[in-house]
Structures are given as structure tokens and as C-alpha cells.
Design a protein around this ligand. Structure first.
Ligand SMILES: NC(=O)c1ccc[n+]([C@@H]2O[C@H](COP(=O)([O-])OP(=O)(O)OC[C@H]3O[C@@H](n4cnc5c(N)ncnc54)[C@H](O)[C@@H]3O)[C@@H](O)[C@H]2O)c1
Length: 248
């Protein structure tokens, strides 16, 4: 059966930026597959979507498990007939230590979610989109895909890698009608930052010339634009939404 609405997969849709992307895309008429490794938070997102008149299904998936990612995309095709778009958002911030103190486990853990997970998702999504000759993928990169802060090498390396994956795939599949872009949020005011000490919040805010931390909804608006046909001439791009963070 083919869904009457465009179908979009959002990973890490249970909280923060992913949740905002899922809710915003649903409000624009997409049927959202809200995937998260945490079942209750994925269900909370789809409940919110349903309560506001939208359409969505929760799906439990850990993006580090490539077989589970493949099975999830197969399930979407079986149930909905197509996959029109995807937001590869699931990610963690990783260990805050210098390279000399970064152990193998912490390096591999961060890389497996923030970089390998994006590869596994893109690979399955592209395989599903290619036969139809269209699709739009948005990868969640970061300002730390182009600049660095201290003591975050695993995260920064993975996020730089997301740009490499984005640009390579955009080139490889442009002729197949699949657009692939990355967005680069600055420090975003997600739920887990709400209880930050006032001085830390002040310092973090001061790094953004615009004078505020961006919201998850700010990121979701950009993602929704890149997902849509209005962005039909944009592929392989990295688009920051960072209040000017990377200007200086
Ligand atoms: N918050 C920021 O300031 C910021 C800035 C730049 C980029 N980002 C990126 O945005 C993305 C989302 O960040 P956030 O701040 O909203 O995070 P968050 O911690 O608020 O939410 C992340 C969600 O992803 C899920 N998740 C984590 N690992 C997963 C896995 N292996 N498989 C499936 N789901 C998993 C979590 O359960 C959670 O629901 C990440 O890729 C992050 O690197 C965030």
C-alpha cells in the first residue's frame, strides 16, 4: 500500500532536535516514522503528533545496529510503500577529554553512533529511494563539523565525517534524484541544557553573536525546508543554523 502522505524517517526522534524535527515535519503533512533507541520517548513524540492532528509511528531502533536499521527501512517500505525523506539525527555528545585521555571504548562508542549510524541509515535509505528516482536526506551535522572546541575530539571527528558522507553521497546519487544535505546547529537549548548553571549558559550564549541559543524548532524549520521541493536545487550543502557562531 502507498501512503497518501510523503513518508519521512527521523532518527533520535524521542528528544531534543529530533523530536522538534518530527513534530514540525508532521505539521507540514508528512507521515513521520519517529525512531529512537528509547521506546517511551519515541512514543511520546508520536502521541504529540497524533494529538495535534498529524500522522506518525514510533519505532525502536538503535542506529549502531546496521541489521536493525535495514529491517526498519524494509518495514517502512512494506507498510507505507515508499520512503520520501529522512533526517539522520540520532547522536550523542561523547566524552569531554583531551585525546591523550580518550580511551578506545569512548572513541568507538561516539563514532559508532555519530558517524557509523549515519552511514548505516543513509545506505538503507538510498537503497529504498533509488528505485523511485527521488528522495531527500538531511544529516544532523554541527558547527563542530567545521570548527573545534577543546576536549571533544571524538564528537568533532565524527561530525566532520558526517560532512564527508553527505558530500560523497550527494555526488554519487544526484543523478538518481536523491538530494542529500547537512545542517549545522550551534549550541541549541535542548531539554538536557535547561538546568545549566547561569554562568555556563551566559558563556555559551556569548559565543553566538545573535545573543541567544537556538531552539530545537529553529533547526527543525531549516530541516523542513531542505526536505521540501522548495530546496530542489540544493544538494551536498552544509547549512549552519548557529546564530553567527562560526562567523568569528
Ligand atoms: N543540542 C545541540 O546543541 C546540538 C548542536 C549541534 C548538533 N547537534 C546534533 O543534533 C543531534 C540531536 O542532538 P540533541 O541535542 O537533540 O540530543 P538529545 O540527547 O536531546 O536527543 C537525542 C535523541 O537521540 C536518541 N539516541 C541516542 N543514541 C541513539 C542511537 N544509537 N540510536 C537511536 N537513537 C539514539 C536519544 O535516545 C534521544 O532521544 C545529534 O546528532 C547532535 O550531535 C546537537
Amino acid at each position: 500500500m502507498t501512503s497518501p502522505r510523503p513518508v519521512v524517517l527521523v532518527t533520535g526522534a524521542g528528544a531534543g532536535i529530533g523530536r522538534a524535527c518530527a513534530i514540525t515535519l508532521a505539521s507540514h503533512g508528512y507521515h513521520v516514522i519517529a525512531a529512537d533507541r528509547d521506546e517511551r520517548s519515541a512514543e511520546s513524540t508520536t502521541r504529540h503528533i497524533g494529538d495535534h492532528g498529524g500522522f506518525g509511528d514510533a519505532h525502536v531502533c538503535d542506529v549502531t545496529n546496521s541489521a536493525a536499521v535495514d529491517a526498519m527501512v524494509d518495514m517502512i517500505i512494506r507498510k507505507h510503500g515508499a520512503l520520501d525523506g529522512a533526517v539522520n539525527n540520532a547522536g550523542i555528545s561523547g566524552a569531554r577529554v583531551g585525546i591523550a585521555d580518550l580511551d578506545d571504548e569512548a572513541w568507538i562508542h561516539t563514532r559508532s553512533i555519530d558517524l557509523d549510524g549515519v552511514l548505516y541509515c543513509m545506505r538503507a535509505e538510498i537503497r529504498a529511494m533509488r528505485p523511485r528516482g527521488r528522495g531527500s536526506i538531511v544529516n544532523m551535522a554541527s558547527i563542530l563539523s567545521t570548527v573545534a572546541v577543546s576536549n571533544a575530539a571524538a564528537y568533532i571527528t565524527a561530525k566532520h565525517g558526517v560532512l564527508g558522507l553527505t558530500r560523497s553521497a550527494a555526488l554519487d546519487y544526484a543523478q538518481d534524484g536523491i538530494r542529500i544535505n547537512a545542517v549545522g546547529p550551534g549550541f541549541i537549548d535542548v531539554e538536557r541544557r535547561r538546568d545549566m548553571a547561569a554562568d555556563v549558559r551566559h558563556d555559551l550564549t556569548a559565543r553566538h553573536p545573535i545573543g541567544r541559543l537556538g531552539s530545537p524548532e529553529d533547526v527543525a524549520e531549516l530541516v523542513t525546508f531542505l526536505m521540501s521541493e522548495r530546496a530542489r536545487n540544493i544538494t551536498g550543502s552544509f547549512v549552519p543554523t548557529d546564530g553567527g557562531y562560526t562567523v568569528h
